[in-house]
Write a protein that binds this ligand. Structure first.
Ligand code: SAH
Length: 343
């Protein structure tokens, strides 16, 4: 019989595993704490008795993703990781340092099926979902490598998290759990391109995490061109789902809007967006587009971005322009994995 991988075991599963070895249930919590500290060797779990360690070595193991490449920004303290998964696939994560602590931006799928025209993650399509254990590994590996705590997690790397729903929810529970990472829901963000059934389910989950919705357009005509998913889940229906999320969680939604020159950055677009969002409890994050090689789209000028911001602010909509981090290390959205795949 093969060994059991304890990474990816819930507390109940771990207790069951221990029971089968005639061990007391409370050991499960001890082992779980070690796992989330990044320990993979049973001998180093110093509060476990020697005979249990022998049994564990015989019957179990703890998988861990490996750092394949690491790029450190010379402009700021952003670090980009490319991780190698057990099956040879690669995913990217980014660690960003802010005055309030470290934020980990993690991937939820290998590749992505959504086909947004401005995004690098989607080229090559979706390969597979990540398990919640692999997503937790992204955070564990970042903490272990940097020897620093992560205090916020944003699921904004490659993939569409709400199409990997069960694994995302379990991942959030682990991040939130006092046994594991103990990060409060408001410091956990899931970003979606607008998967309506996923938003509704998440609203009913009773986990008031921050929801970020990638909007990028004020109407269906523009959004259909940029984001094929809009044909299935058009803007007005998407906003209805957002309203439901706000009512159920009492949380403000973040709308992400990447400004692309001459496509979605006109003053008319800004006014249309203001009208669309004016009655919603929301925040708009304007993102200077990260240019992706081979795509004929350009970022808006900074004066255009500021004009766009002003129109939203004048309508009473809370708006910020995202500060760029790690722009010297291809830290944006699937760029590094893509550049490695293309070599
Ligand atoms: N699938 C999810 C999460 C991953 S993408 C989603 O769509 O939200 C994370 C964010 O980066 C999204 O807002 C996405 O639209 C944005 N993004 C992708 N490519 C970008 C680019 N080239 N420049 C700026 N933002 C980009």
């Amino acid at each position: 019989m093969g060994k059991t991988n304890l990474k990816g075991c819930t507390l109940t599963q771990m207790e069951e595993f221990l029971k089968q070895m005639d061990e007391p249930a409370y050991r499960a919590k001890q082992i779980i704490k070690w796992i989330y500290k990044g320990q993979t060797e049973f001998e180093k779990m110093t509060d476990l008795p020697k005979d249990l360690i022998v049994k564990l070595k015989d019957r179990a193991y703890i998988s861990m993703i490996n750092i394949y490449k690491k790029h450190e920004s010379t402009l700021d303290e952003t670090v980009k990781y490319v991780f190698l998964l057990e099956d040879g696939n690669m995913v990217e994560s980014v660690k960003m340092k802010y005055s309030f602590g470290n934020t980990a931006c993690i991937s939820s799928q290998v590749g992505c099926a959504m086909g947004c025209t401005f995004c690098a993650s989607t080229e090559g399509g979706m390969v597979r979902n990540l398990s919640w254990g692999e997503m937790a590994d992204e955070v564990i590996a970042i903490e272990k490598d940097s020897n620093e705590k992560v205090s916020r997690v944003v699921v904004m790397g490659s993939g569409e998290p709400l199409l990997n729903y069960d694994q995302i929810v379990q991942f959030i529970k682990v991040m939130n759990s006092s046994l594991a990472f103990n990060i409060s829901c408001r410091r956990l963000t899931v970003s979606t391109c607008g998967i309506i059934p996923g938003i509704i389910r998440l609203a009913d989950e009773g986990m008031p995490i921050t929801l970020a919705v990638s909007l990028h357009a004020p109407n269906d005509a523009i959004r259909n061109d940029l984001m094929p998913i809009n044909k299935l889940y058009p803007i007005l229906q998407l906003l209805d789902a957002c309203k439901y999320y706000i009512i159920k969680t009492k949380r403000r939604i973040t709308f992400e809007y990447a400004l692309i020159s001459k496509i979605n950055d006109s003053e008319k677009c800004a006014r249309e967006l203001s009208n669309l969002l004016k009655d919603l409890l929301c925040h708009v994050n304007l993102i200077p587009l990260n240019p992706v090689e081979g795509k004929q789209i350009e970022r808006s000028t900074s004066s255009q971005i500021r004009r766009f911001e002003k129109i939203l602010m004048d309508s009473g909509i809370s708006t910020t322009i995202r500060r760029e981090m790690g722009s010297d290390i291809e830290a944006a959205c699937g760029q590094l994995r893509r550049s490695l795949l293309m070599r």
